[in-house]
Design a protein around this ligand. Structure first.
Ligand SMILES: *Cc1c(COP(=O)(O)O)cnc(C)c1O
Length: 447
């Protein structure tokens, strides 16, 4: 236990008593600031716009190296879909209205990696590859980046090693893009990583190192080994500005998608966005982007498993990455891949602290129930972690957040951010679905 005894922590933060008993909680962030009062973030809107330009430069490469991106002209993006039938199912089952409109941001459909990690992970590797290529006069920023798909470039990148620690999805995105560019890439997998993810990585030409412990231990081992190589580069999910910026570009794209659908967003018609949260990098990067783009009209909530509330504990206690859920006797056991994280990202959480509206936790059983309900109502199949945002509108409706912000409920545009699922093998998906179906038959009250 860091700094003080558990009962002192609970005395200072009574919500911790429920958190350590694995009860679902909703925490509203008292430190959320208006944009006009935020002056000192380590990144700004310029960084996000530069990140978007890098994606544009690499579009010609992506079309060539990953033909499945050709239909989007090499831009890795996902659709925004309204899900009215699911909205009704939620209202009927939970006996609570979802006021306003409910959308799903379909990042499970992102090409190449089938999860939100296609944004951050691929961005960070492309950024590194570009930097190396420019320093070594292989390309110039005005060139056609299809040249990255050449034997010359691949041969050059093969001198360099990339490492990453992962519970699965980050490893897939880093492994696939790095191997394609020609890097030697090693993915340090936590003990809970699924076999099919390891098999897929091996098939794509990445090395898989199986680690004994959880995600933090996989990161520690990967960091140590990778950085002992002078030509090694470690993608550090616990502290990465580049992952963060890769995610943030989603907000610029979402703005265009909303405009195309004629969906007005302003302070009277706000966006409420609910994102599944592991280290807090993807939801943090997106929240940062949304607050830059939509200002105070963007209200961002993170969703964590009751057994892995790492970002919630970091923000609640103000100790950020200095504390791990294990310090509070919480076991970090969840079937939500990508969310089984004991310690938050230092970089992302320091920013989220001022920007986000709150964090809620939910049980694994609810994730599977939502998975089944979404599949049945909308024929959309997600992995369990990716469903965590769907319960958000009702979780926030029972707090006093909406009244305190003086928002008309019927004007809210809710977006549940779906973070993964397309690469899950059909058999595995079938067993998720069956489990959810069984649970959906049992009466429950997740709100
Ligand atoms: C990684 C991941 C998340 C969470 O992203 P963080 O950056 O770890 O917070 C959510 N859902 C899925 C499916 C993921 O793979």
């Amino acid at each position: 236990m860091p700094f003080k005894e558990l009962d002192h922590w609970i005395h200072d933060y009574p919500l911790l008593d429920e958190i350590i008993k694995y009860k679902p909680v909703t925490w509203i962030n008292p430190h959320r600031k208006k944009m006009m009062d935020i002056h000192s973030l380590p990144v700004g809107i310029n960084d996000m716009q530069e990140a978007e330009k890098l994606w544009d430069r690499f579009a010609a490469y992506l079309v060539k190296a990953f033909p499945e991106t050709a239909m989007y002209n090499g831009i890795i993006e996902s659709p925004l879909k309204e899900i009215p039938v699911m909205k009704q199912v939620l209202e009927n089952k939970i006996k609570l209205p979802v006021s306003g409109r409910l959308f799903l941001k379909c990042d499970h459909e992102l090409p190449i990696a089938g999860s939100i990690k296609a944004r951050g992970g691929i961005y960070e590797v492309l950024h590194y590859a570009e930097q190396l290529a420019i320093e070594n006069n292989l390309v110039h920023p005005n060139d056609d980046y299809a040249i990255f798909d050449s034997e010359k470039c691949k041969h050059f990148f093969n001198q360099y090693a990339i490492g990453v620690g992962s519970t699965g999805n980050l490893g897939l995105s880093i492994g696939i893009i790095s191997a394609k560019l020609g890097f030697k890439v090693s993915v340090y997998m936590s003990a809970d990583a699924r076999q099919w993810k390891k098999d897929l990585l091996l098939a794509k030409g990445a090395s898989v190192v199986e680690c004994e412990g959880d995600f933090s231990e996989a990161i520690n081992e990967g960091r140590k080994v990778t950085l002992s190589n002078p030509k090694g580069y470690f993608v550090d999910d616990e502290n990465s500005k580049y992952l963060f910026l890769g995610y943030s570009v989603a907000a610029l794209r979402l703005k265009k998608q909303l405009a195309e659908k004629n969906i007005l967003v302003d302070e009277q018609h706000p966006l409420f966005v609910y994102s599944p949260c592991g280290v807090g990098g993807s939801p943090g990067g997106i929240a940062f982007g949304l607050r830059q783009v939509f200002g105070d009209a963007a209200h961002c909530f993170f969703a964590e498993p009751t057994h892995s509330p790492s970002v919630l504990i970091g923000l609640l206690t103000g100790k950020m990455e200095k504390v791990s859920v294990h310090d509070f006797g919480i076991d970090n056991h969840t079937e939500a891949d990508g969310l089984a994280v004991g310690r938050p990202s230092a970089f992302a959480t320091g920013i989220s602290k001022k920007l986000i509206s709150g964090v809620y936790t939910l049980d694994d059983d609810v994730l599977f129930t939502l998975l089944y309900q979404l599949a049945d109502s909308e024929s959309i199949f997600l992995e369990p972690s990716a469903t965590a945002g769907l319960i958000g509108p009702q979780r926030i409706a029972v707090t006093n957040y909406i009244q305190a912000q003086q928002i008309a409920e019927k004007n809210i545009r809710h977006i549940a951010w779906s973070t993964g699922g397309n690469l899950v093998p059909p058999q595995e998906m079938q067993s998720f679905y069956e489990r959810g179906k069984m649970l959906a038959g049992i009466s429950y009250n997740p709100v």
